[in-house]
Ligand binder design. Structure first.
Ligand code: AMP
Length: 211
């Protein structure tokens, strides 16, 4: 299965991607996680991206398209993959088409802006492995500690309230048009994000079972 996850920042794409990934045995490719890892390592790409991510702006298309082209060429993508956070613009989606990649579905998790702002204030991430948690909806087994690797979990710099508002604007302006793009190809599936992770997962898996 080749799947794209769409939805506002904080809609739950990363969380659902982890679950789908395990169930279908395919990797999740998160451009956000790849960029954060590059930033942490201090690579040239990471430093170039920092100016954009800090403000909640999108990193230039050529940078993320390069990341995705390289990553999708890896062996573990042969049986499929989940793209979390890519494409985020129409040119990125067109680049995927030009790479000859036909996705099975673009699944959009719908959550309204007010709820997104609420959710982002409780979001925590693991700086070491990228796993995501929430103080209310997805608590780690031990408070403040990543379930997967034991590292202390933190608030993402771009989850600060002003940056969240800008990221939402960027989402509506630049990423939401992708819904029409994939709808026109007959690939769009929309799922209403629920308060409980498991309830959203049930809707997501039901939607995926028919493709
Ligand atoms: P995310 O973790 O998906 O919310 O991504 C965090 C940040 O990384 C975004 O706010 C952007 O600055 C950058 N980013 C991630 N994916 C992309 C993409 N496909 N295009 C441009 N910028 C991206």
């Amino acid at each position: 299965m080749k799947l794209i996850l769409l939805g506002a920042p904080g809609a739950g794409k990363g969380t659902q991607a982890e679950i789908i990934s395990e169930k279908y045995g395919i990797p999740t490719i998160s451009t956000g996680n790849i960029i954060r890892a590059a930033l942490k390592e201090g690579t040239e790409m990471g430093l170039r991206a920092k100016a954009y991510t800090d403000k909640g702006e999108l990193v230039p298309d050529d940078v993320v398209i390069g990341i995705i082209r390289e990553r999708l060429g890896a062996d573990d993508c042969k049986n499929g993959f989940i793209l979390d956070g890519f494409p985020r613009t129409i040119p990125q989606a067109e680049a995927l088409d030009k790479m000859g990649i036909a996705v099975d579905a673009a699944l959009s998790i719908e959550v309204d802006d007010g709820e997104i702002v609420n959710r982002m204030s409780g979001r925590r991430v693991c700086p070491a492995c990228g796993a995501s948690f929430h103080t209310e909806y997805k608590k780690p087994a031990k408070e403040g500690v990543c379930d997967a690797c034991g590292e202390d979990i933190v608030i993402r710099k771009d989850d600060e309230p002003e940056t969240v508002l800008n990221r939402l604007k960027v989402y509506h302006d630049q990423t939401e048009p992708l819904k029409s793009f994939y709808k026109a190809k007959g690939k769009l599936i929309e799922v209403e994000g629920q308060d409980k992770v498991a309830d959203t997962t049930a809707l997501v898996l039901k939607a995926l079972s028919v493709i």
